[in-house]
Write a protein that binds this ligand. Structure first.
Ligand code: S3P
Length: 165
């Protein structure tokens, strides 16, 4: 089994992937960590600041290649993977893609004070990005699970039901 969680920054992909991995006994990989490892930089902020966004996306392609053939794994994908079809094709390979749909207002509260995400620094731009990407997440996913104010546990159980169908 291979489950790929996609969704906007702050949708809860990592926390939910971690709980899912325990419940299903599958390995959990944080794609951002793998991307960072491949960069030689100390943070995602540093990659964006020194190398730029397109360099970050190139690194994401390399990370997606590493993950493409993996099995028995839960992948928490970076929020921007849907902008690049080659990344989605690599991630999709024999996997189920689940979109975690979270209202922007919830995300805004969750990420208040977070300075680790370069594309969330300007809220107006983040909102525009959210609106543009929503359709892309829907288009690429095999199933959507809305998270809203549900607990991590609840969302994980819903995903399990979906993937066992
Ligand atoms: C990004 C989301 C981040 C990270 C990078 C770019 C995006 O991942 O990959 O800051 O383009 O939405 P998370 O969704 O895990 O925060």
């Amino acid at each position: 089994m291979k489950i790929v969680l996609i969704g906007f920054m702050g949708a809860g992909k990592s926390s939910i992937a971690s709980v899912l991995s325990q419940k299903l006994g599958l390995e959990f990989v944080e794609m951002d960590d793998l991307t960072l490892q491949k960069s030689g930089r100390i943070s995602i902020n540093e990659i964006f600041a020194k190398d730029g966004e397109s360099a970050f996306r190139q690194l994401e392609i390399t990370a997606a290649k590493t993950l493409s053939d993996s099995k028995n794994i839960i992948i928490s994908a970076g929020g921007g993977v849907v902008q690049y079809k080659p990344i989605m094709d690599l991630l999709k390979n024999n996997g189920r893609i689940i979109y975690l749909d979270t209202p922007f207002e919830v995300i805004e509260k969750r990420l208040a004070g977070d300075d680790t995400r370069p594309l969330f620094k300007n809220k107006e731009n983040a909102r525009k990005l959210y609106d543009t990407r929503k359709k892309m997440y829907e288009e690429y996913s095999d199933a959507t699970v809305s998270t809203g104010n549900k607990s991590i546990e609840q969302v994980a159980e819903e995903i399990i039901k979906v993937v066992k169908l």
